[in-house]
Design a binder for this molecule. Structure first.
Ligand code: GZL
Length: 331
């Protein structure tokens, strides 16, 4: 009997300690332990994907400007689109004992080890822009970014509408983003689901251009040689679409007319091409995540918790809408 009481008391002690925050710290996953620091004492480590596209450049600028405005110290690294560089950067932030780590995972897989190291160091991790496929969702506090499946769906739905009531066979070539990245996987899924509504629309070729203009141009040149008939290009970002335009024009065809082009992002160069009729439709993907990231850091610092998924508001643009929006576009 005495032993049972002893065990019960010990159990109660452990529960009490963890409840009032003593003993083992709350898992980094919920970020709820709160640093309670003044903003000028906070240090955040950000491991960026790279500088592969106009979108990424705008995303980096917005994050750096937001931290400057908030007076929170930002340690920033550019991984040149290599996962091993992002992992190295995250490890270095852990070593430096930053208060929070934020990053945009270049690909979905391979993060559990380093995220467990951050958790063991009790450093909350915030995913911005891209997601990881870790089963253990306590490894990060939140995902802050776009719904890429919805973006692909919007692109496919526009195309279905474009060919409504027609019986033409529509051959689509797809320029995929970085292989294994959340936006490439999900934009492909959303688009494929949407075009099922019209069986005449078929993706006849699909290859990665790695989200770069040069990659889009190179893949499009090859597809123009190998595909007997291309009616539409669906590019997972503006930059690959702009590269495809160069290839299409070099082949003596008219982009936007001989071959329709749909892209995702809505950065200035893409919107300019849309306003000129070289692109036909753009699905917006906002890179302006800086303010929302600051809000998450402030909430966690004050001991609050945030939603597990914070999705950004986005729209779409036709040629006319691009002409109207361009003069006031922030990026
Ligand atoms: C999407 C982002 C993608 C952009 C590309 O949120 O990860 O990466 O669509 C960028 O332009 O390279």
């Amino acid at each position: 009997m005495k032993k049972a009481i002893g065990l019960f008391a010990a159990g109660a002690m452990v529960l009490a300690l963890s409840a009032c925050g003593g003993g083992a710290a709350a898992p980094a996953g919920n970020g709820g332990e709160g640093k309670g620091k003044s903003l000028d004492q906070l240090v955040v480590g950000f491991a960026q994907v790279g500088a592969e596209s106009g979108w990424r450049t705008a995303n980096t600028k917005d994050i750096q400007d937001s931290f400057k405005e908030a007076g929170i110290q930002l340690k920033f690294s550019d991984a040149q689109q290599k996962q091993e560089n992002q992992i190295k950067a995250i490890r270095s932030y852990i070593q430096q004992g930053v208060d929070y780590i934020a990053f945009s995972p270049v690909v979905q897989t391979g993060w559990d080890a380093v995220l467990n190291e951050a958790k063991a160091a009790n450093i909350p991790v915030i995913l911005t822009d891209r997601a990881v496929d870790s089963k253990d969702t306590s490894l990060y506090v939140t995902f802050l970014g776009s719904d890429f499946i919805l973006e692909g769906k919007k692109a496919g739905e526009w195309l279905v509408k474009e060919y409504e009531g027609k019986n033409d066979a529509v051959n689509v070539v797809q320029l995929e983003g970085t292989t294994g990245s959340a936006p490439a996987i999900d934009r492909g899924t959303g688009f494929a689901d949407a075009i099922k509504a019209n069986p005449n629309i078929k993706v006849v070729a699909s290859q990665t251009g790695d989200f770069t203009r040069a990659g889009g141009k190179q893949v499009m040149e090859a597809m123009l040689k190998s595909q007997p008939k291309i009616d539409v290009v669906y590019a997972h970002n503006d930059d690959m679409g702009l590269g495809a335009i160069e290839a299409i024009e070099a082949a003596g065809k008219v982009p936007g007319k001989d071959i329709k082009i749909i892209t995702v992002d809505a950065v200035k160069d893409g919107m300019t091409a849309l306003s000129e009729g070289k692109i036909n439709f753009i699905v917006e993907c906002s890179p302006l995540l800086g303010k929302q990231l600051i809000d998450v850091v402030k909430t966690l610092n004050e001991g609050g918790t945030v939603e597990k998924r914070i999705v950004t508001e986005e729209t779409t643009f036709t040629q006319e809408q691009a002409k109207e929006a361009l003069p006031t576009r922030k990026y």
